[in-house]
Design a protein. Structure first.
Length: 396
């Protein structure tokens, strides 16, 4: 098998440095094969994901290496996949990735593990094959509620200030802060969340073993050391590339319950994250800035053209997440409101929304939403139109 041994004994030996003992030989074989797949593919490879979904990581890998038919793929898809994957096949590369992970205390988290964050599966065939995690992997179970705070690398003083204020207040209320570990808005959000004693997650475009940018080495180390999570879908030792940055953005959007763009230029990469959030039907917000500031052009565009909620403070973000705006410890049961208020929170004063979309945002069944909408309409707090429902302009 081109130097890759997926036998149970070899698999257990290969996985031993990753810090989680396989429960049985088949589990070890699957996890070992997942590491191999991670080396063969680029992030978001839907063809590889379909192979694994249909056959399992180990059996699927054996079929691909042997050139055998795979039920989930057409012959052409299999041939194209083999041309992409096989040149990367290397037992040495697998060993290097595992050894580097062990040296940097990076754990492998796969879909069957209890720490796997389920929201990321909303990416479907483009979901990651596994996650390489430094820090407290169990924190991935505590990401409800959470918000992605993203924006320009070349942030202004205004942008840094707003990002820090939002992250600090939200973290203090129990909302996890997710971002990309970059200069500018990302770094400001991570630092403020840490300072508030909250949970923050940094998703990297390169391996979780090293910080990018290098100037954020101390920040990334602090996140891992102080109960946060530093995470990547590419193996340790992998370099960040433009493609991997773009693909990383889909993970930020999927992992968080909502995305807020603080500052963004007209073509900022954070607009890519916003696009993924919208595609996943995650709530999207943007912070307004001066109309004369190029750093706010993208954020204003999201509000004007794409119906992003206008974010002026932590209360607005809590409203997007369906949480009480003032409750401390927003993740507690006391932080949630009654059904009518949940439906009201799911309405926008700018964008008309259908019943199904309102139900999704409120986390309710459509038939439970409709009576609440009727009550809100009678109270003058909702209005119906040809395109759905909204809050009356000027209302709460």
């Amino acid at each position: 098998m081109n130097g890759i041994d997926l036998g149970p004994r070899a698999s257990r030996r290969a996985l031993a440095p990753l810090g989680r003992e396989a429960s049985d030989d088949e589990d070890a074989r699957e996890r070992h094969a997942t590491v191999v797949w991670c080396l063969l593919t680029e992030p978001g490879d839907s063809v590889a994901r379909r192979v694994i979904a249909a056959c399992g990581a180990a059996d699927g890998l054996e079929a691909v290496l042997a050139g055998d038919p795979v039920p989930a793929l057409t012959p052409r898809e299999l041939a194209d996949g083999r041309r992409r994957w096989l040149p990367r096949l290397s037992s040495e590369a697998v060993g290097d990735a595992v050894r580097t992970a062990a040296a940097r205390s990076v754990q492998l988290v796969t879909r069957g593990d209890p720490d796997w964050p389920d929201p990321i599966d909303d990416l479907g065939d483009h979901a990651p094959l596994c996650l390489w995690v430094r820090g407290d992997a169990t924190a991935l179970r505590r990401l409800t509620p959470s918000v992605a705070i993203v924006g320009a690398r070349a942030a202004t003083g205004y942008g840094d200030h707003v990002a820090m204020e939002l992250a600090s207040e939200l973290a203090a209320r129990g909302v996890a802060v997710v971002s990309g570990g970059a200069y500018g808005i990302d770094g400001a959000a991570h630092r403020a969340a840490l300072a508030a004693g909250g949970l923050t997650v940094a998703l990297l475009a390169g391996g979780a073993d090293r910080a990018y940018p290098a100037g954020h080495t101390q920040l990334i180390d602090d996140i891992a050391r102080r109960g946060g999570v530093v995470m990547s879908e590419v193996p340790c030792g992998s370099a960040p590339t433009k493609w991997r940055f773009l693909q990383r953005n889909r993970l930020i959007a999927a992992l968080a319950g909502a995305t807020v763009v603080v500052e963004a230029g007209w073509r900022s990469g954070s607009l890519n994250t916003a696009g993924h959030a919208a595609a996943l039907s995650r709530p999207l917000g943007a912070v307004p800035g001066p109309i004369t500031s190029a750093a706010s052009a993208g954020a204003l565009r999201l509000i004007r053209e794409y119906g992003a909620e206008c974010i002026t403070g932590a209360d607005d973000v809590c409203e997007m997440l369906g949480l009480s705006a003032h409750a401390n410890g927003a993740a507690s049961a006391d932080g949630y409101t009654d059904d009518t208020t949940r439906v009201q929170d799911a309405l926008s004063s700018r964008v008309w929304r259908g019943v199904d979309e309102i139900a999704r945002r409120a986390g309710m069944a459509p038939d439970a939403v409709e009576p609440c909408l009727g009550m809100l309409a009678l109270a003058g707090e909702a209005e119906a139109g040809a395109s759905g429902w909204r809050r009356p302009p000027g209302g709460r």
